[in-house]
Structure formats: structure tokens, C-alpha cells
Write a protein that binds this ligand. Sequence first.
Ligand code: ZN
Length: 447
Amino acid sequence: MTKPKSSWQPSDARFSYSSFVIHSSFVIRASSFLLAWFAVSSTLLAADNLGILGTKPNWDVLENYQRTITHDEFAHLLNDVYCTHGIPNDLIKIDSDSAQIVSSRDSGKVFTLQFAPDENSEARIPRLWRPAKSLPPTKPDKPLGGLRIALDPGHLGGRWAKMEERWFQVGDTKPVTEGDLTLRVSRLLATRLKRLGATVLFVRNSTQPITSKRPRDFVDLAKKILIENGVPRPRDEVLNPMDPAKEGTIRWQSEMLFYRYSEIRRRAVLVNTKLHPDLVLCLHFNAEGWGDPANPTLIDNNHLHLLVNGSYLQDELALDDERFEMIRRLLSRAYDEELPIADTVAASMAKATSLPAYQYPTTLTTTKVGSSGNVYARNLLATRIYRCPVVYCEPYVMNSKDGYARIEAGDYEGTKEINGVERKSIFREYADSVANGLADYYREARK
Ligand SMILES: [Zn+2]
């Protein structure tokens, strides 16, 4: 699940750095403190105009993308995918033969991108990943032959699950921890993808973080963030998980800097500099507000959606690093590959799971894209900074009555009756439907 998107206040946009979505009642829990923090966060970071733990972008690398895209395609991708909440006119200007993009808000420096005059004269797009169409022919039973797929099981699980707030327990039954569930699905999925010919790489294959940093490494930064945002003497005591004031503590802030920002940024370094996949699959389970984790609310709602990168907010584009990452992603044309993959995988998952498509309660942060009805564009940290096509899966509501019963039933072969219906194990259904969707997409695209 991804965290927390608000239906009631746009300044909550800062959380879209996160790679987690928390819905409905989680949103209510977001305190007025958070509101204050996010509302002023651009001021806080004004010195360098960078996102949290972001690094200064090197705009020179975009020189390699000169004349690789036409005016019309650039405008289409901005209007319909990346800047669906408006193009910030003072930061991105499109002329007939070039675009001017402010590279540093402080200095006012501008990067100029020259368009290709027409599709036939487009220069080669520099990128390390390979679109399906460019892969060599393969045997019919190996539709993923030659393909490098990285699996990114969301969150950490294990001893970190409570800290990540990806933990709940009904009575004295086995606790539900998203990071462990996603790892289990990833291992099952890896076997299936290898059988289909893929080379499978794990972004994480244990409950240990990829980042070497720990919350204590972020104590000073957490304190600084709190002080600069109107908490003059931040507290450090541990507060009840239900107490919204916990978000104003050094403890809570430094933990989030560790398990969300630092961890995902390190995963990106691994993906971009070592794994070099053609596709990353981010695997999650969804949830809706469960209230007290030790006495969670189970609900009737269960649903499915997938995410690709896009739908940037104006506040996000005001940060120099996010604006750069958006333009680089646009120019790499990752969207042209990840959208049809997401659509095909979504169709396969919808069929296998019978889950209805999730409808975001607001269009403030997401934009529905594609043809399956299950895919949204959204600017999450992972979908933005992994430099290749990324498909982010959000099936099953863990605290739905059905989802919870299936998680508690564990993994098994064949089918079992759960809530009156014969079902595969939720883990196998997830892994099988993703693998089948990928096989469908690559079989068709490599014909
Ligand atoms: Zn998640």
C-alpha cells in the first residue's frame, strides 16, 4: 500500500514522495501537524529546491536526448501523462521547435531541449533498458526469454513491520505484515518468470533494509525538519500508534526518513547502477484505514489497481530534482512500455482475482490512464526514480474480510474453501496472474 494521499488537502502532496498509499481513514489520521509541515516544505527546502534526501540533478545528461522527440509527442506526454494537473508555465515553456525548462529555480538557469522535426528524423533514445519490440526472437513457450525483470517487494516486514506501520493483528492470530507478504509473492513469482525465460533479479530478498542507514542517522535531520516547521522543541518520546501527535516526534520522523526515503533511494541506486533491468515490478498489498493495529477494523471493500509514473503536482514540479526526474523519464519513453504492460497485467489480475477496479476518492493526485480501467498514473518515489519501465501492483485490501481470511489461510497448493468460495492461495493467485499477464504482453509484442 502507498501512503497517505489526502482527499481533503492538496498540500499533502509531499507524501507522494512515498511509495506507499494509505487510504481513507489513514488520511483522516494525518494530523494538522503534517498539514503544516507539507504546506511549508517548499520553503524549508528552498535553499536547494530538492525533495527529501534528494540530490542535485545533473541536467547535462539530458543533452543526450536532444532531437529524440517531436514537439507533438513531448506536448502529449506532458498534457496527458506527466502534467495532468497543469504545466507550470514559469518552469516549462514549449515552443514549436524546442522546450525551455528551468533547471535551477534559484539561479534561473534554463535547459533547452531541441525537438526532432518529425518522427523519421528522431535521434536514438539513450537508455539501458530494452522495449519488448527490440528484444530478439524467442521460443513460444519462453515469451520472457532474454528479459531482465527486477522484483521489488514493497516495504521491509519482519522486525521493521510495526515501525513501517505495515502491521496489524486480529486477536492473537498471526499478525499481518505487508513486507513479508510481498516478499512471499515475489519468491513465487520469480519461479514462474524464470520458467517463462526471464532473468529475475531481486531488489530485496530478505527482511533486511537495502540502506545501511538507520533511524538514528536521521535524528538531526528529523529535528531540523520539525524545528523549521513550527515545533521549536521536538519531543522524542514514543507515543501510542493511534496518537496523531506522534508525527511531531523526532522518533517518528527519523524512522520515516529511514524506512521510506533512504530505503527507496538506495533501492533505486541498486536498480539503476547494478541490476539494469528491462522492467521493475513493485509488489504491494493494499489496505484501507484499519484504526488500532492491535484491534483492526475489517471491512467489506476489496479491490485492485496498478500504478505507473505520471500525474505530477505543481508543488512537486517546483522541486529541481523532481522536475529533472520527470523530464528524464518522459524522454526515456518508459511510459510507452509500462502502460501497455500495466494494462495487460491488470486485465490478467482482474480476471484471476475477480476484484473490482479501485476508484480513487479524488483526482487530486492521480490520473486514470490506459484502457483496462485499473491503471492510474501517480508520482511515487519508486515509479519516478527507477530508470526503466516500472509497474506498481496494488491488489487486495489486507484488512478486507476476504483478503484477511485468505492471508490467514497462508500458502497452499490447489484450492481451499474460504468464505464459501473455492480459492487458490492468495499468494499463488497474485504470482500466477502477474506472470500470465507478462507472458500475454511479451508474446504479443514480440510476434
Ligand atoms: Zn505497500
